[in-house]
Ligand binder design. Sequence first.
Ligand SMILES: C[S@@+](CC[C@H](N)C(=O)[O-])C[C@H]1O[C@@H](n2cnc3c(N)ncnc32)[C@H](O)[C@@H]1O
Length: 302
Amino acid sequence: MSLKTSTTKHISQGAFRTRRVDLADLPEWTSWPARLLGLQQAPACERTIEKIDREYDKDKYARCLEYARGVAREELSPEKVREFEQDAGNKLICAARGSELIATPGQMAMKRYEKILVKAMRATIREVSVIIELGCGYGYHLWTLSRQFPGKRFIGGDYSENAVRLAALLFEARPNIKVSRLNLYSPQYELLEELGGFGPLLIYTVHAVEQLRSATPLLNALSPYRNRIRAVFHFEPANELHGSSLLGLLRRRYAEVNDYNRDLVSRLRERTDISIVQLQKHVFGANPLDPISVIQWKFRKR
Ligand SMILES: C[S@@+](CC[C@H](N)C(=O)[O-])C[C@H]1O[C@@H](n2cnc3c(N)ncnc32)[C@H](O)[C@@H]1O
């Protein structure tokens, strides 16, 4: 998920005001409607691990790492890297709140994710000692949460070696945040093994299950830790909930063309060992065709 998929409009300082955007005007903001309708070319995409390596490790996070290495140590912060990564800042973007499209400054949209994460997880975070983000990139969300919940341990895992290197640079003075390598397709997650008997655990993902062709490997890999996992939260697009409105159809096609995950909700619903605690659809999307839903679940007691 990147703000760069949207056409942005520059705005002057102080002129920030969120306003509604008509669906009919969406093509003014992004070329995706034209691509989805076959009027412009959309590169074919197969979301293999090689594609993840190219898109994230060798491109996005390699550039972020190079940028971070060029910033004076005393001026370097996860926020600064995020601004570089998203290139949103002081620009208007077309975002989505539920089925409503809005024009909002990019920076405000980024802050919105922070608020959604904290609101959904606050009560559970207070009950656990370790908070884990799977597919965390360089750990931006772990860092924002760690500022609000000091005294907790924050662990992250990501496929990208460059993201892990960047996290080591950003959090070298913060022993309570650690990011290591993880492949979500692995049958066993080393970072959970390394915790030994530590718990209880809160596990969450943000736009990371989206990268998996199926959610099954992740659900299977978490299963051995079922007794220590207090809750799992996904802040992820939920394809099965998009529905059949024009916007819903565009969102479904967007997920298909990008080969994003389309089975998270179905896989959760069909598992008898899992109970879905909450499911709030299409809470927010900095990309209006790829909004996150908030899904909370837990393993049933045996
Ligand atoms: C859209 S980014 C989201 C990163 C982070 N959660 C955030 O919100 O800033 C998707 C992330 O998933 C990671 N990812 C994709 N496939 C993965 C896999 N199989 N195992 C681990 N991480 C993966 C990518 O490297 C990337 O960091």
